[in-house]
Design a protein around this ligand. Structure first.
Ligand code: ARJ
Length: 474
């Protein structure tokens, strides 16, 4: 048992089973072969050590792919500590492999919410009473802990509110505990933080909200909106990993089923396409007229959830919003409907309400697969407790697509560490986006056509890129 009351910056690591390290190492080696972007960055910057002196805290799913990211950051000179950003997403063998290299990792599959925030606090606490100098965030939980902790040091009464979400209650408990013995922890940390780079759409939303209301305490780089992240990971990544999650959890035949995808943004597009490719009849729900039109012109029926409830067999939320599927709606679904979420946070499906209803019975089928039985006897199958199904029930996106996302992360970390920025949200320049793509072309045997000087002049771009104007959205 760990002592959740204490933050111990000298603890070497906390993982499920350190003996899994060999297994993890072999998977990491295979992943490296599929992550040319990571290997190229190690080659390009290994000598120069651009991250030397940086203390990096990562709050991002502790998978095999993330292990390759961590080892790229350390190869560039950084001192790294890590926690997962989801209680179900850790691959225990990857965590063990990284822990044996001397990088303090605090992550295991199946954390409680209190353990989760302990892990995040551990990753944010470097020996010698220090915090990080830069953060790799996915969903903004490391930034949230630092920022909320900082605000509570100025006004402790903000921690006295009645939080509804269980996750938020656990964060408040942890921050209160820390505040009781250290009134300056987060102020000391913020003084040295040069910035954060954010992986995902919903985390980026949080950053822009903070930028607009003036509560952003340090600079941030929006990695999600690099083209080689959002148009690849969110789309092609989910196209495969959603199916992987559904299959590993339920073994369901997808062909012929009615699948409902809530949200047709970057993630929803990939999900709808993946389900369609497996032969499902795909319907979409949307609030945005442009995305609704896109879905329709891709051949998907666009309806309201109410209209689809009598028909759906599989429901996937991918909106980035909250309470997209309510308990009342689940009550109207067909028997044994599969309900899951692939957006970053756990509140797209009303799981807490489902849990609180004493007339609904829960039966665990296997880890991360639960059946909820309604009073009339019909049931729904909920995957990964409403959290990211691809990471909770499978192992997330494949290495190749993550190599693109993580190359952007590494470039963002170098930028934050080497240059001073204002407390604003930035994006990486288009040229770097193209470099990330370039690093992955050889692996797929791509031959690129080169613009001649006169062709480049004709369309008004430099010959060596960026080859399209910055605002071009792809
Ligand atoms: C680590 C992963 C993996 C994986 O980049 C994706 C994103 O935006 C996150 C939302 O939380 C999940 C992240 N992601 C997907 N697959 N991170 N390892 N294998």
């Amino acid at each position: 048992m760990i002592d959740l009351e204490k933050i111990d910056s000298n603890m070497a690591y906390k993982v499920k089973d350190i003996k899994l390290a060999d297994e993890g190492r072999k998977q990491i080696e295979l992943a490296e072969h599929e992550m040319p972007g990571m290997i190229e960055l190690r080659k390009k910057y290994g000598k120069e050590q651009p991250l030397k002196g940086a203390r990096i805290t990562g709050s991002l799913h502790m998978t095999v792919q993330t292990a390759v990211l961590i080892e790229t950051l350390t190869a560039l000179g950084a001192d790294v500590r890590w926690a997962s950003c989801n209680i179900y997403s850790t691959q225990d063998e990857a965590a063990a492999a990284i822990a044996t290299t001397g990088v303090p990792v605090f992550a295991w599959k199946g954390e409680t919410l209190d353990e989760y925030w302990w892990c995040t606090a551990q990753a944010l606490s470097f020996p010698g009473d220090k915090g990080p100098t830069i953060i790799v965030d996915d969903g903004g939980d490391a930034t949230l802990m630092v920022t909320h902790g900082y605000e509570a040091e100025e006004n402790p009464t903000i921690l006295d509110r009645d939080a509804e979400a269980w996750d938020e209650q656990a964060l408040i408990r942890k921050l209160k505990q820390i505040l009781s013995y250290d009134k300056q922890k987060w102020h000391k940390a913020v003084k040295e933080i040069r910035g954060t780079s954010e992986e995902t759409t919903t985390g980026v939303n949080r950053l822009y909200i903070r930028e607009n209301d003036g509560s952003l305490l340090f600079p941030a780089i929006n990695v999600n909106d690099s083209v080689t992240k959002s148009k690849f990971d969110n789309n092609y990544g989910n196209r495969e990993s959603l199916i992987d999650g559904l299959k590993r959890a339920t073994d369901i035949m997808i062909a012929g089923k009615s699948a409902v995808v809530c949200g047709f943004g970057g993630v929803g597009k990939g999900c709808a396409e993946g389900l369609n490719a497996f032969g499902a009849k795909v319907s979409v729900t949307e609030t945005d007229p442009i995305c609704a039109l896109q879905a329709s012109m891709e051949g998907f029926e666009v309806k309201t959830l109410e209209q689809l409830l009598p028909h759906g067999d599989i429901y996937v939320t991918a909106t980035g919003n909250k309470e997209v599927i309510t308990v009342e709606q689940m009550e109207k679904m067909k028997d044994k409907s599969i309900v899951c979420n692939i957006g970053h946070f756990d509140n797209e499906i009303q799981v807490e309400k489902l849990e609180e209803r004493s007339d609904i019975k829960k039966r665990n089928i296997k880890p991360q697969v639960d059946e909820y039985i309604f009073p009339d006897g019909h049931s729904i199958i909920l995957l990964a407790g409403g959290r990211l199904v691809n990471l909770g029930c499978a192992t997330g996106h494949s290495s190749f697509v993550m190599s693109n996302s993580f190359a952007n992360q590494v470039l963002a970390q170098i930028e934050l560490w080497k240059n001073k920025h204002e407390n604003k949200v930035y994006r990486l320049p288009k040229k770097l986006d193209e470099e990330v793509a370039l690093a992955h072309l050889k692996h797929l045997n791509v031959s690129l056509t080169k613009l001649s000087q006169s062709q480049a002049e004709y369309i008004g771009v430099p010959q060596d890129g960026p080859h399209k104007p910055e605002h071009y959205r792809y």
